[in-house]
Design a protein around this ligand. Structure first.
Ligand SMILES: [Fe+2]
Length: 244
């Protein structure tokens, strides 16, 4: 199915996506090991947004109307965090359980990964409720934001320190591909114009290059010439306008 995008000259064009609704990927191996570029890129984007959320929440303490100015950034963070975690819960952790069957310490680590996801979900709901509460939501925003940042940051670090090395050692390549395919399908091709600039906002050049290896070449030009600018113009966290 072709993806309709705005070209650099602002005309609508259609980009072939090789008939798939998700973004196809290249072989996920580097020097014979699973390539975790996308995983680290997503984690970096989540950390970046948590920092932006903290700034926004602090500003909202003085100006409750500012709560609403953070909605675009919050909706993107929530959407892509949820897709990432549910894809891990539905595909990655079950595959890992099979790969480490009979190894109690490793199974305990996977239990911890799922439990940490479970502690994050109610905080997302609480932040949604605070943002929707025009009367007193801003009073709660700071504490909820702190708790969310604490839980997500702790979880990402735990995953990177313990789970990703284990995944690298034991997970079959086809299961890593299956997890990546599920996550990309849930993001969906139609969201690519927003997802890709979100994922790479503020990323160093080597990470941008690493991620673009997994993106069909025909989407690179729309990303570089149009999508980044559109994303910056949406100004997701209502910070000072930044050039793409
Ligand atoms: Fe992750």
């Amino acid at each position: 199915m072709p993806l309709t995008v705005y070209s650099a000259d602002d005309t609508l064009t259609q980009v072939s996506t090789t008939g798939r609704r998700d973004m196809p990927m290249t072989r996920p191996l580097v020097d014979g090991r699973l390539d975790m570029t996308m995983m680290y890129a997503i984690h970096a984007a989540l950390r970046r947004d948590l920092a932006a959320l903290a700034v926004s929440a602090a500003a909202a303490g003085d100006d409750p109307d500012r709560l609403y100015a953070t909605h675009v950034g919050w909706e993107l963070f929530k959407r892509f965090l949820t897709i990432h975690h549910t894809s891990e819960d539905d595909s990655l952790w079950p595959s890992m359980r099979a790969a480490v069957a009979g190894r109690p310490d490793d199974l305990e680590l996977l239990d911890a990964m799922e439990a940490e996801h479970g502690r994050i979900d109610p905080l997302i709901k609480a932040l949604d409720e605070a943002l929707a509460d025009r009367e007193s939501g801003h009073d709660r925003l700071g504490d909820i934001t702190d708790a969310l940042a604490h839980e997500v940051t702790r979880h990402l670090t735990h995953e990177e320190t313990d789970a990703l090395p284990l995944i690298g050692r034991v997970l079959p390549e086809e299961d890593w591909v299956k997890f990546g395919d599920l996550q990309r399908a849930r993001v969906g091709m139609e969201a690519a114009p927003m997802y890709l600039p979100w994922l790479l906002d503020g990323a160093p050049a080597d990470r941008v290059e690493g991620v673009l290896k997994y993106i069909p070449p025909q989407l690179h030009e729309p990303y570089r010439k149009v999508w980044r600018r559109s994303y910056a113009e949406q100004n997701p966290w209502s910070t000072e306008h930044r050039e793409a």
